[in-house]
Each structure stands twice: as structure tokens, then as C-alpha cells.
Design a protein around this ligand. Structure first.
Ligand SMILES: Cc1ncc(COP(=O)(O)O)c(C=O)c1O
Length: 372
């Protein structure tokens, strides 16, 4: 068996950044402000600069980064929040947590992101049925590719919907002249370790250009705090990011642009070398952060077995669409409701993607797939 290729490579990154990471961790241990330390403010400022969003509120996970704006907008039972069924559970879970109803919208077969035509149809249907109030839409920037905001934002505006960008996988991506984090009324990202910009534990951030919303987000993040910690003016959560995670992320953020270039280099190699699977489409005017490199094949299981035999890992994101998840049974969706998403879940699998893969390693992956 040949030497393994990592699916995600946190070890090489750590080796490259070790002394800086240890230095910043030591600084936190020295000042001892483990909660709301200066690293959190510094990270928020640097993320604002990086994304082009005016305000950033760091928080405890990507899931909380989605939950906080929905809470700020008062999303509640009876509200419809539109999103896709081809995403990680957290995107729809936060809607359900607030008692609102996730209304799923099928995806575009090339980008795996929300189909704007299907969004318009879903909004019209909900309005005609009259049972739910359309309130918000959560487009997902799946695998690191921004959703089609050029078409989604005007639809949302026409129907007076709040837009929450799920940029959990997409920090560093761009669509036209804007970067992930800067779309919609608010955006959410995740610093889960395997994300393009990942910490050493859970973490996330909310982005917005609206100063009033930022104040609300900060309050909700800290138990609905008012003027001080023990004045609680609304119901919130404990959603803070640890100073230690912020310290680690500051080092990784400085290295992130070069890593994004590395991911794009690897993606370009895959695109040139893979001959027997459908490779990802990157529309003109977009820059992908390649959280995953996902391909489609009718022979998925066979190809994944052949990769495994060569010690090459591959993973299915996502094997079951959200409308078919047992947790969402009560919404009454059934198989066939979202054919594009369902077909993707049957054919998709993701290949190793790290900024540190060599061309030889990509050649090995391509050889296994091309010869299968
Ligand atoms: C699309 C998407 N949304 C939300 C999340 C939730 O992020 P977290 O795991 O940091 O809570 C994730 C990642 O896990 C994700 O991939």
C-alpha cells in the first residue's frame, strides 16, 4: 500500500506556524483574559478588513453564527425561512430551533448552490398557501463557492426577506467584487478545525454592515446583555469565542491568503487531470475557497472503494438531503421533492483538498480515478 494522502492536513499547517501559534497562546496564558480578551477584538477587526464587511462579531461556532442573526430578527413559529436541502444540518437546524419552518429550495446542478428560480417559486408558493410568513433566506456557499447573490439578493429584496449568508465553508471566496461574509444583511462563518480557516476547536463569526445589528448580535452573544453583564435586556445565549481560539485564528488568518492560493492550485490540477468524473464548475467572476473538492460519478461507490484500496481518503458530503432527515420528518417532505439535490447526494464524493498537496499526490488520485 502506498503512503497515505491526507483528506485535510492540519499537521503540515501546524508545523509551518508552530512558533507563532505557541507565542500567541503564551500571551493569552500570560494575561489570563480567557474570555473577551484582546485577541477577540483584534480578530474581529482583522476579519472585517479581510472580508470587507464593516462589523464582525466572533462567536462560539458556525451554528451559533447562524442562530444569532435569526434571533436578532425575531424569527419565530409561523415564519418561513428558505434554504437548500443540500447542506450541513446546522443551516436548517437553527431555523427549527427557533420554531420556524425551514422551506427547502432545490439547488443548481452545476454549483450545488440555491437555484434562484426555485427560490422565487418557493416564495410564491408559501405566499399563496398563506400558512407561513416568508421572513428570511439562508443561501449556502457550499464547498467554498459563493451562492448566486447577484440573482438572490434582488428576489429577497422584492419579497422583503432578510438574507443570511451561510459562509461556513467559504471564507476567502469571492463573487464579483465582494467577498464571502459581505453578502446579505448578515453572514455567518465557521472556524471548525477542518474549515478553510479553522481553529483548534469550535468557533465562528457573524458579519454585517449594519451597526445596529452588530450591537444586537453582541448582546445576544452574551446572554442578552444590556449596558453591563448583569443587565439582561433580551434572551440570548452563551455564544462567545474563547481568547485562545482567537489567538490561534489570528496566526492562521495571516497565513490564509497563501493557503487559498494553494487550494486553488490544487483545484486547477484536479480540473486538468480528472477525466472520468464531473469536476466542479466555477462560474466566471468567482473565486472559490475550496472547502471541499467534490466530484460526481454514477460509479461513486466503486471509485471510493478503489481510492480506499490505494490509501486515499474520500468522503460523501452529503449522503442524505436535509428534507429526508428523520429529525425533519414532521415537515412532511418526501423523496422526489428536490430531485437535483437528491441526485447530487447519490453521485457526489469529495477528494483530498489541502493547500499542501503536491502535484504528484494529485496525479496519484487522478490515476486511480481515471483508470477505474
Ligand atoms: C454549511 C455549514 N453551515 C454551518 C455549519 C456549522 O458550523 P459549526 O460546525 O462551526 O457549528 C457548517 C459546518 O460544520 C457548515 O458546513
Amino acid at each position: 500500500m502506498s503512503q497515505g494522502i491526507p483528506f485535510v492536513d492540519l499537521r503540515t499547517q501546524y508545523q509551518q506556524l508552530e512558533s507563532q501559534i505557541r507565542e500567541r497562546i503564551d500571551a493569552v496564558l500570560d494575561h489570563g483574559r480567557y474570555i473577551n480578551g484582546p485577541e477577540v477584538d483584534e480578530l474581529e477587526a482583522k476579519l472585517a478588513e479581510f472580508s470587507g464587511a464593516e462589523h464582525v462579531v466572533a462567536c462560539s461556532s458556525g451554528t451559533d453564527a447562524l442562530l444569532i442573526p435569526l434571533m436578532a430578527w425575531g424569527i419565530q413559529p409561523g415564519d418561513a425561512v428558505f434554504t437548500t436541502p443540500f447542506t450541513f444540518i446546522a443551516t436548517a437546524e437553527v431555523i427549527a430551533l427557533l420554531g420556524a419552518t425551514p422551506v427547502f429550495v432545490d439547488i443548481d446542478p452545476d454549483t450545488f448552490n440555491m437555484d434562484p428560480v426555485a427560490l422565487e417559486q418557493a416564495i410564491q408558493r408559501v405566499k399563496t398557501e398563506g400558512e407561513l410568513k416568508p421572513k428570511a433566506v439562508i443561501p449556502v456557499d457550499l464547498f467554498g463557492l459563493c451562492a448566486d447573490y447577484t440573482r438572490i439578493e434582488p428576489i429577497a429584496k422584492a419579497h422583503d426577506l432578510q438574507v443570511l449568508e451561510d459562509a461556513a465553508q467559504a471564507l476567502g471566496a469571492r463573487h464579483g467584487d465582494r467577498a464571502a461574509g459581505a453578502f446579505g444583511h448578515a453572514a455567518a462563518t465557521s472556524f471548525y478545525p477542518a474549515k478553510p480557516l479553522g481553529g483548534y476547536g469550535d468557533g465562528g463569526a457573524v458579519f454585517t454592515n449594519d451597526a445596529e445589528l452588530k450591537t444586537l448580535f453582541k448582546s445576544i452573544r452574551e446572554h442578552g446583555m444590556g449596558h453591563h453583564r448583569y443587565e439582561n435586556v433580551r434572551v440570548g445565549i452563551n455564544g462567545r469565542l474563547d481568547s485562545l481560539q482567537a489567538a490561534i485564528l489570528l496566526v492562521k488568518l495571516a497565513a490564509f491568503p497563501a493557503e487559498l492560493e494553494g487550494r486553488n492550485r490544487v483545484a486547477a490540477w484536479y480540473g486538468q487531470k480528472l477525466k472520468t468524473v464531473k469536476t466542479p464548475v466555477v462560474p466566471d467572476g468567482t473565486y472559490c475557497s475550496w472547502a471541499q473538492y467534490s466530484v460526481l460519478s454514477e460509479q461513486r461507490d466503486d471509485l471510493m472503494a478503489k481510492l480506499k484500496a490505494e490509501n486515499i481518503p474520500s468522503v460523501i458530503y452529503y449522503p442524505r438531503c436535509l428534507h429526508l432527515q428523520p429529525a425533519f420528518d414532521h415537515y412532511g417532505y418526501k423523496e422526489g421533492d428536490f430531485p437535483v439535490s437528491e441526485e447530487a447526494s447519490r453521485k457526489i464524493f469529495s477528494l483530498p483538498m489541502t493547500p499542501f498537496l503536491t502535484e504528484d499526490q494529485v496525479d496519484r488520485v487522478a490515476e486511480v480515478l481515471n483508470n477505474a
